[in-house]
Design a protein around this ligand. Structure first.
Ligand code: IMP
Length: 441
């Protein structure tokens, strides 16, 4: 049974939650491998809307096992809130949710450091979600992090807290002039969390391999997107984890040789939240129109997202960095009323045409997009059941994108509902999950 990685190809918010939700009935396990509750994966089921932050969206499917892997950073208080709200809505967690012993914890001083550091950065501020994700990964790399398994050992937890709190309090007080923390208060709160979470904490790397060896199919649910990757994104305006496909192996303990394919998710246009370069960013009435039609407001912070045209340079880069086999294109319907639609095919920098995404942050910041304009289809795409039902100009737009990015589309999404999904002809998804055809019609 195939093990497939789903990654965002842009700056996050591509609609991965919906794509994962469509594929989940065909797999046995869904696993998150990086990021934390900075993510907001929105899934609409009938009239119900769920926004998941730390728990894989597979949890909405009865019988699907969900794993939070070792590459994720976990705010236990926020995780428990999310678990309680799912339970209130009738979702069963016991026997379905498994949390890695080795996942690092977001401690109360992490969001404080995140916000204080942002406030000091001025115009270089990243525009983080303020959830403490970056500082938690800093501690992980500095080898002073506190992990899920430490919650189960009070002595060790106190020892690690004492070292961390002393160090963080000095930074908060002396560098940022900010509020400090007490060991006992954190210890008591986190021991309470431990009582709640203990039944879910386990060796998930071992569990995943046992499941894979017994023939289970695993979906690796990426958070954020390729351009926010710590190594391959638009550094320093990125998140602090490996959002690209390689992170699926390190963030779970499943070896790369057991991964069978990678599916990228891309919006029919582009958005980004927070600071940093965004070559195809648009302003004015068209940006407002797309923001309103696409409801482009952060699922975690509510911030308005910056909107831009489809950037084929970024998409090609995502195909290369992740080794994408196929791409699911989302939110095509948002462009239904645009008279003209632009596609960025390259960047102009110092009189030179660049068709590969430049690694140098100064080049990215100064790059001018080179656009190809196509005329809009000015007709609804919403009810289409297959590609042939789409307006001819929308089909041409899709064909041109496919040609430019060098990977075939597998799904086209034209609305938030599960049913508003077109399975492409010869969809590569059918190679992995032949039963997708019957489930989508
Ligand atoms: P952090 O991950 O909170 O440190 O934020 C770093 C950058 O990543 C900021 O620009 C955030 O807006 C962005 N970011 C983090 N998580 C998401 C997400 O789930 N969707 C879109 N952008 C995100």
């Amino acid at each position: 049974m195939p093990n497939i990685v789903v990654v965002g190809t842009q700056w996050g918010d591509e609609g991965k939650g919906k794509v994962v939700d469509v594929i989940t009935p065909h797999v046995n396990v869904v696993v998150r491998y990086q990021g934390g509750n900075n993510a907001g994966h929105t899934v609409v089921v009938g009239r119900d809307k769920y926004v998941l932050h730390s728990i894989p969206s597979g949890i909405l499917h009865r019988g699907c096992r969900c794993v939070v892997g070792c590459g994720v950073v976990i705010d236990p208080g926020a995780l428990i809130d999310e678990m309680e709200s799912l339970v209130r809505r009738g979702v069963t967690l016991d026997g379905n949710l498994f949390i890695s012993k080795n996942a690092h914890l977001i401690m109360p001083y992490h969001p404080a450091l995140d916000r204080a550091s942002e406030a000091k950065l001025g115009k270089r501020r990243i525009g983080t979600t303020g959830k403490g994700v970056g500082p938690a990964y800093v501690d992980k790399a500095a080898r002073v992090g506190i992990r899920m398994v430490d919650l189960l050992n009070e002595c060790l937890l106190r020892e690690k807290l004492e070292v961390n709190v002393a160090q963080k309090n000095r930074i908060l007080r002396e560098i940022y002039d900010a509020q400090t923390f007490g060991v006992d208060e954190i210890l008591n709160t986190y021991l309470r969390y431990a009582g709640w979470l203990a039944p879910y904490i386990t060796d998930t790397a071992l569990l995943l391999m046992k499941w894979i060896d017994s023939g289970y199919s695993v979906l690796f649910e990426g958070a954020q997107g390729t351009m926010l990757d710590i190594d391959h994104g638009t550094y320093p305006f990125i998140t602090s984890s490996s959002t690209t496909a390689g992170g699926a192996a390190t963030g779970t303990g499943v070896p790369p040789t057991r991964l069978d394919g990678v599916l990228g998710v891309s919006k029919a246009y582009t958005t980004r939240v927070g600071g940093g370069p965004f070559p195809t960013e648009m302003t004015g009435a068209v940006a407002e129109h797309i923001r309103a039609r696409g409801n482009e407001y952060g699922a975690t912070t509510g911030r308005p997202r910056r909107c831009g045209w489809f950037d084929a340079v970024v998409a090609r880069y995502a195909v290369r960095i992740n080794g994408l086999d196929t791409v699911a294109l989302t939110k095509l319907d948002v462009l239904d009323q645009c008279e003209t639609v632009k596609i960025c095919t390259g960047y102009r920098y110092n009189g030179e045409l660049l068709t590969d995404f430049p690694e140098d942050e100064n080049v990215i910041a100064a790059a001018e997009p080179v656009y190809e304009e196509v005329s809009g289809w000015l007709a609804p795409t919403g009810g289409a059941k297959n590609e042939a039902d789409l307006p001819a100009k929308a089909r041409r737009y899709l064909e041109r994108l496919e040609e430019l990015i060098g990977a075939p589309f597998c799904l086209i999404s034209t609305g938030a509902q599960r049913e508003e999904t077109i399975l492409c002809e010869d969809s590569p998804l059918l190679r992995w999950f032949p039963s997708v055809r019957s489930s989508l019609f």
